[in-house]
Design a protein around this ligand. Structure first.
Ligand code: ATP
Length: 357
């Protein structure tokens, strides 16, 4: 069983706390992605799971075994890191076989497993090549095959795609996702790239300042971010944020700010009238419509091909971004009218950033 449980994990470096009390469970066979900005503690957490770092306090359980005191090689894990560290003088075949030769596996067994691992990541034609004769994406697959061959129940991966160009990264996402499905192993993957996390993960752990901000499925995190930090981290372009006040209006509630008077979703906690809040709305939920109540002036447009991002000023020098169909005739200087889809408005506490609706 390759379930991993992490309990109250803390790591300090001198006076600095890099990981500040993390608890989570990674299910057997799950593709779990830890994501967050540079320095948030993801690599340190992964290194404590692998045994490369010793926790200051807390417990790591793999299967039913507390592994805190086990050496990395005794934990049954396979690691794939950004720094591939392939042996340059060995062929791809020998690079993949290396771990098995160290363990003195029989030659026939090595042959069978190297070929199966190469097959799994589609690099059989490369087996006789040297690493310098491989492209970045091919080298990445060699590194994966080198881990697959040891048949670990858990794969730990730290930014394995970060050295690849944008197109290859996107291709490798699909490959990793299907590899995970075929192997049925537990994948624990670290990245700072929210798109990688969204597209590949079964579940995502969002970290900030050594703590977990939110843990959930990609769509739960995108649709109901638990904090303003998570809301701003996921999605391109970044969610629009507006500072304002909740006004009670009979049974309904409204959000008001300079240039904005917006109905709010029905389900809000009581006692919010007069509260200072931050309203979050994604660009696809800023609706441009001639009959809408609010006015703005376009500053720039960014055509993406399948949609166009329209940046516009409203109220007192504030800016918003709307995602509109690519057929738009709006350009710099155009005036527009806009509103927000009420059910797509996210409300955060202006003081602490916690989600309110
Ligand atoms: P990145 O995406 O940049 O790798 P990360 O989220 O993986 O970031 P960590 O590498 O876990 O971040 O580092 C978390 C914090 O701990 C950082 O501020 C880092 O400088 C600090 N840190 C990490 N290792 C050490 C160390 N050996 N000594 C002192 N500080 C460290």
């Amino acid at each position: 069983m390759a379930r991993i449980q992490i309990k109250d994990l803390v790591k300090t470096f001198g006076a600095y706390t890099a990981v500040n009390g993390i608890s989570m469970e990674i299910k057997d066979g799950e593709f779990m992605i830890m994501v967050g900005p540079s320095g948030c503690g993801k690599t340190t957490t992964l290194n404590m799971i692998s045994g490369l770092e010793t926790p200051t306090s807390g417990e790591i359980v793999i299967g039913n075994t507390v592994v805190n005191d086990l050496e990395p090689g005794e934990r049954g894990l396979g690691m794939v890191f950004q720094d591939l560290a392939l042996f340059p003088h060995m062929t791809v075949y020998e690079n993949i076989a290396f771990g098995l030769r160290i363990k003195k596996e029989p030659q026939a067994e090595i042959e069978r497993r190297v070929r199966a691992a190469a097959e799994a990541v589609h690099i059989t034609p490369l087996l006789a090549k040297l690493p310098r004769q491989c492209s970045g994406g091919e080298s990445q697959r060699v590194a994966l095959a080198r881990t697959i061959v040891t048949n670990p129940a858990v794969f730990l991966m730290d930014e394995p795609l970060s050295s690849l160009d944008a197109k290859l990264r996107v291709d490798m996402r699909t490959e990793l996702k299907s590899l995970h499905a075929r192997l049925g192993a537990t994948f624990v993957y670290v990245t700072h790239d929210q798109a990688e996390a969204m597209t590949m993960a079964d579940s995502i752990v969002v970290m900030s300042n050594g703590r977990i901000e939110q843990l959930g499925t990609p769509l739960a995190i995108y649709n109901t971010p638990a904090t303003q930090f998570v809301a701003g981290f996921f999605g391109t372009p970044t969610m629009n944020f507006l500072e304002g006040t909740v006004e009670a209006n009979g049974a309904g509630r409204r959000f008001t700010a300079p240039g904005i008077d917006q109905p709010l979703p029905d389900r809000l906690p009581t006692g919010m009238a007069g509260k200072k809040v931050t309203l979050g709305v994604r660009s696809e939920h800023v609706l441009v419509d001639a009959n809408a109540p609010h006015a703005g002036t376009v500053s720039i447009t960014e055509p993406l091909g399948d949609a166009t991002l329209v940046h516009f000023d409203y109220g007192q020098g504030k800016t918003l971004v709307a995602k509109v169909p690519p057929t738009t005739t709006l350009g710099p200087g155009s005036t527009l009218r806009f509103r927000f889809a009420p059910e797509a408005c996210h409300l955060f506490d202006a003081a602490g950033g916690a989600r309110l609706n």
